[in-house]
Design a protein around this ligand. Sequence first.
Ligand SMILES: Cc1cc2nc3c(=O)[nH]c(=O)nc-3n(C[C@H](O)[C@H](O)[C@H](O)COP(=O)(O)OP(=O)(O)OC[C@H]3O[C@@H](n4cnc5c(N)ncnc54)[C@H](O)[C@@H]3O)c2cc1C
Length: 453
Amino acid sequence: MTTAAHPLASILPADAIAEPEAHHLTDLTGRTAFGRADAVVYPATTEEVARVMAWCYEHDVPITPRGGGTGLAGGAIPLDGGVILSLDRLRRVRQFDPLLWRIHVEAGVTTGEVHRLAREHGLRFPPDPGAAEQSQIGGNIACNAGGPHAFKYGVTGRWVTGLEAVVPPGEVITIGGPIRKDVASYDLRSLLIGSEGTLGIVTAAWLRLVPAPELELPVAAFYAGVGEAVAAIERVLATGVVPAAIEYFDGTTLRFAGGSFPGGVPAEAGFMVIVEADGAAEEARRAQRELLEALREEALSLHAPERPGEVAEVWRWRGGIAFALLAQKGGAIGEDVAVPLDRLAEIAEETLAIGARHDLVALSFGHAGDGNIHSNFLFSPDDPAELERVEAACEEIYELAVRLRGSVSGEHGVGCLKRGALERQLDPVTLELHRGVKRLFDPKGLLNPGKKV
Ligand SMILES: Cc1cc2nc3c(=O)[nH]c(=O)nc-3n(C[C@H](O)[C@H](O)[C@H](O)COP(=O)(O)OP(=O)(O)OC[C@H]3O[C@@H](n4cnc5c(N)ncnc54)[C@H](O)[C@@H]3O)c2cc1C
């Protein structure tokens, strides 16, 4: 069918309607495309998003919102036909008030663009999920994305003061705005944040910014094993200094990705911890001294870059890990369970044991300070049997996380890949409340069906 003859051509310009391609049916987990869609639409305004939603609701057509497609839970993949609604063309910065530390952007603005705009004005948008050049603010809000600096600064939701969204059957709503406090209503803002496109389509957001720290001083410390590393993290917390980030990387991660670590990795290293001090220059230097002291005991070596270029290299390396792992076999499922901090060693060790039981290459790294672990299992996308073993291994990781009183997802969301995992975590009454919320927003169940609940 030509796009001019497409049923949606009555409500959208012809160039805003396209045939789905394979890349629309996957995200960045490295799986081959799956699912099915009938059309992809590229609305350029909130009104066009509302028109698409109204048309879909009238014709009982499922809608799958899609941001940058960097998700790691299959949330943006349509499972059984319908329309993929891309936010790519909602790219305007509606208002930027650097002196008031706030910005109003449309959903399709990339995370990297918000970082750059903030930086050019001496400010910072702290959420820093790893695929920032491709992920969009709408996608970050839909997943309530975190990142390494969430330890000190919190996840995306903490920085959103207002939302504009389109909700079924095609209505535009605004919640909050350029205000820093608002307790008047039920907290629908928080309900939409992290709802993975199942309750509404975010079209714009007011974001809070903060003055950028004058100095950022990471320290990388290498240890023989997980025991020494976890003891070091506990000493770091005991200093009372609040690090901007506390990250960890196990020995296998270092084996696959450590070759490009600035400063090199000692041959005997079985674990690395990166902790960062930040703030005004004097404050950051004093904090770094205390962190160095806490990390030194039992460390095989320490790497403490100070020049901005060297500091940036450390975080660039950190941002490239997922790609280094994908390069090993072509596919990597990176789980993101969260556990209480005192169970970190257990889940890191269990990840390896679970991997061994399923004959898989397993490893873990992640946001240690938040107890948010990326247990990874590698696979070849053209080996279905291996992928099945990965799925079985992931089931064990969810079970373990729940047993340790954790969560099946600390930042990527449930999507379709973790479907059913929420049932393990929530009691039946809480689960039914979730289903009730979904029914209230989306009575026909057309918005991102098969995801989250
Ligand atoms: C290398 C790499 C590193 C990563 N590091 C991190 C990390 O440190 N922390 C972290 O949290 N995540 C991380 N991620 C995961 C991913 O980047 C985030 O989940 C990101 O927030 C997804 O944004 P996106 O725009 O790509 O969304 P998509 O992948 O397009 O969609 C994700 C979900 O959001 C929904 N959605 C998208 N846009 C909207 C919208 N406007 N309104 C309503 N729903 C919408 C989709 O339907 C889907 O359910 C990483 C991914 C990669 C590949």
